[in-house]
Design a protein around this ligand. Sequence first.
Ligand SMILES: CC(C)(COP(=O)(O)OP(=O)(O)OC[C@H]1O[C@@H](n2cnc3c(N)ncnc32)[C@H](O)[C@@H]1OP(=O)(O)O)[C@@H](O)C(=O)NCCC(=O)NCCS
Length: 186
Amino acid sequence: MEVESKEQETETAEITLRLLDPSDLDDLLELLTDEEVVKWCSWDTFTSKESAMNYIIGFALPHPFFRAICMKNKVVGSITVSPFKGNDSCRAELGYVVASKYWGKGVATKAVEMVAATIFVEWPHLERLEALADVENPGSQRVLEKAGFKKEGVMRKYCLLKGKPRDMVMFSLISSDQQVNYGISD
Ligand SMILES: CC(C)(COP(=O)(O)OP(=O)(O)OC[C@H]1O[C@@H](n2cnc3c(N)ncnc32)[C@H](O)[C@@H]1OP(=O)(O)O)[C@@H](O)C(=O)NCCC(=O)NCCS
C-alpha cells in the first residue's frame, strides 16, 4: 500500500463506512444523478427523490453488503460486496462509486482498503474478493492496484455497459494476500 500526502491523509482519516439511512436521500440523489459516475454504472440517471428512495429501500437496505462511503458523515459514495452462490460461494464481487466532486482525494482507495481489511473476517467462508474495471477506466484500475489487488488479465467483451459489450480488467484479492497486506496472522 502506498504512502499518502499529509493533506490526503487528513481527508481520508475522515472517511467512514456505514449503512444508508433514509435521511441520506439528498446526498444519495446527488451521487445517483452524477453524470460522470452514471456513465460507468449499470443504472441510468435517477430522475426523482422517489426513485432514489426506492433504490434505498429496494436495493441498498436488503443488500448483503452495501455501505455508504461518508466524509464527516456526509454520503459521498458507496461500496458493495456481492456474494456468488453455490460452488462460486467462495468468491464475491466488489463495486464502488464516489461522487465526482470528491475524486482524486483517495476516497475510493481508502474505502476499498477498509472493506478488504475486514471482509474475510466478517465472511469467513470467503476466499476471493474480485473486482472488474473497464479497460477505459484507468482511475478504477488504479484504485484496485493501490489497495493491493492483483491484476489477473482482460476479460474480453465480458459485460454490457449501456448496451455495449465491454472489455473488463479482472482484479482479485484472496484471503492470504489480505493477511500479508494488512499484517493479520492466523
Ligand atoms: C473510480 C473512482 C471510484 C475513483 O474514486 P477516487 O476517490 O477518485 O479514487 P482515489 O482518489 O482513491 O484514486 C484514484 C486514482 O486513479 C488515478 N486516476 C484517476 N483518473 C485517471 C486517469 N484517467 N488515468 C490514470 N489514472 C487516473 C488517480 O490519479 C488516483 O491515483 P494516484 O493516487 O496514484 O494519483 C471514481 O472515479 C468513480 O466513482 N468513477 C465512476 C464510477 C466507477 O468507475 N466505479 C468503479 C467501477 S464500477
